[in-house]
Design a binder for this molecule. Structure first.
Ligand code: ZN
Length: 157
């Protein structure tokens, strides 16, 4: 399958873009970050706010591929501590819960603060995020998919 706008093949595009930190932590000075935040690649905290990293998948139309936004979602402390404690367990049986997206994605209206449903996975999987904000285009894209041209746009940062 080739992109209609440039003729590049599916295989020439990156299908995941990941954020190292929630925007609120990224925005801090180095000194403030050290004082107020704790983080690794999956869990982070800023003062009394708690975040987990996962993936918001968007299916690519006409293919079996999905584009994955590796983003952070702010979740309630009780869900955070449950996840942190059971990080090395199979958490697929844990009921889903909601949080708020904590990164601003390019190519969209501001995604910070939109509601995300969180489904935990097993030991090998990052949590899966699904936008439930009825006003936001990411919700529609996750439900209906995107053409390959959209993946092309996401690759031009
Ligand atoms: Zn293209």
């Amino acid at each position: 399958m080739k992109c209609n706008c440039c003729g590049k093949d599916l295989g020439e595009f990156t299908f995941d873009i990941a954020f190292q930190l929630p925007d609120a932590i990224w925005a801090l000075s180095e000194a403030e970050r050290q004082q107020r935040a704790q983080f690794d690649s999956d869990l982070s905290r800023l003062d009394d706010r708690y975040f987990i990293r996962g993936v918001a998948f968007v299916p690519v139309q006409g293919t079996d591929r999905q584009f994955g936004w590796g983003i952070w979602v702010e979740i309630p402390p009780e869900n955070f501590f449950h996840y942190a404690k059971n990080f090395n367990s199979d958490n697929r049986g844990t009921a889903s819960f909601s949080g708020k997206a904590a990164n601003r994605l390019l190519h969209y209206p501001d995604t910070c603060g939109i509601t995300m449903q969180v489904q935990l996975g097993d030991q090998t999987q990052r949590p899966i995020f699904t936008s439930t904000d009825p006003q936001h285009p990411l919700t529609l894209e996750q439900a209906n998919g995107i053409p390959l041209e959209r993946v092309h746009a996401y690759n031009d940062r």
